[in-house]
Ligand binder design. Sequence first.
Ligand code: DOR
Ligand code: ZN
Ligand code: ZN
Length: 449
Amino acid sequence: MTVDIVIKNGLMVLPSGITQGSLVIDDGKIIGILKSSEPKADRIIDATGKVVLPGMIDMHVHLRDPGFPEREDFESGTRAAAAGGVTTVIDMPNTVPATVTLEAFNQKKAIADGKSLVDFGFIGGAGEVPQKDIIELAQAGATSFKSFLIARFKELAASDYTLLKHMELLAELDRPLLVHAENGDLVDKYMEEAVASGRTDPLAHCDFRPDIAEIEAVMRCITLAAETDCHLHICHMSAEGSVDILEWAQSTGQLVTGETSTNYLLFTRDAMVERGPYAKVDPPLRSKDDQLRLWEGLNDGTIDVLASDHAPYTKEEKERGFDNIFDAPSGGVVIETTLPLMLDAVNNDRISLERLVEVFSTNPAVMNGFYPMKGDLMLGSDADVVIADMDMPFHIKGENLQTIQKITPYEDMKGKGMPVMTLVRGKVVYEDGQVTGKPGYGVFQGPLE
Ligand code: DOR
Ligand code: ZN
Ligand code: ZN
């Protein structure tokens, strides 16, 4: 028998640990994990000296499609995903139209079906969305639902009452509720203070969006969710106090998980001074103490998920913030750089390779219902694989990115550790700096039954 692909001699990160050997792939699946002998293959990939990881599952991206083609679309966003070792993306509902009806869901699905180079799933909007629509979206395969506590995205913003009601419903539907946890009232009032102060410098964004806005919202969501059996997931955690509360809630046995991104792990508020609006995100960048607590939480199991929060805007939109930081939108082009930056963190002993795989692949797969089809290198699983060279240097330049907008908050950052090949269901979609995947190859992923 001749199989499709053998990846030989790599250091494979398996559920049982790091093992040197060969990964055998046929018909899009992993059919062998071997210590030495290898079957005949159409293609033998020599991974000597490299690490072999399950594909990353980025469960927090905004690919802006449909709605804002000048910022990103499913083709450009998933080209970037492929180049960044991400084999499945899960798209946020704040597109136009928002993913709050079956019709909008199907529209997005048709778009992604035609354009996506990697596998994809969708998050439905919860906010003030009627329960009948949430039920339909769950049946259609939305992996989770998102509510904002701030007013920024109209129908996705939830009152406390609706938050509670949706938690009850989602517990029944067996879907997590993802929250953008910032207290909308505090955010709005502090914004009025900011305007009154006359400040327009980059740090004003951090100074007038204090951590209490996040901490209170995290506590409130946890308190409400504790009344239900809902799996609450807190997106983009940035504050020390949020991690403390999350740890406490988990210690009571509550099903609540947390997520953070390289924005908060690698930057502190100082990055606002260096990088201005390019580093502007919501919640804002915070202090060194906050950053250290996030690393601690990520490593000790309190924070279960790493996701990029890829939230592109145009260069022109971002650069409005150089005159007045409040004129720039929050969010950055980050999907492609998350894995290299985290591999560099592995090289710097900030996180182990095994833990990185857990938070960026296994846990997202479990949480979104893809496990065991995705999320680990296992017999019978989809052959979603990343080969990475831990010694390969990188120097981040916006102009080299695959995204539509050639801008990055990480401009000129250097490090070591790069994905050199990405396979989605046994097909090479990225190899040696070239995206080889084709739009339309990606397949919709809903939770396994
Ligand atoms: O910085 C952010 N950008 N935070 C969000 O919650 C939304 C996102 C966006 O879609 O622009
Ligand atoms: Zn958010
Ligand atoms: Zn986001």
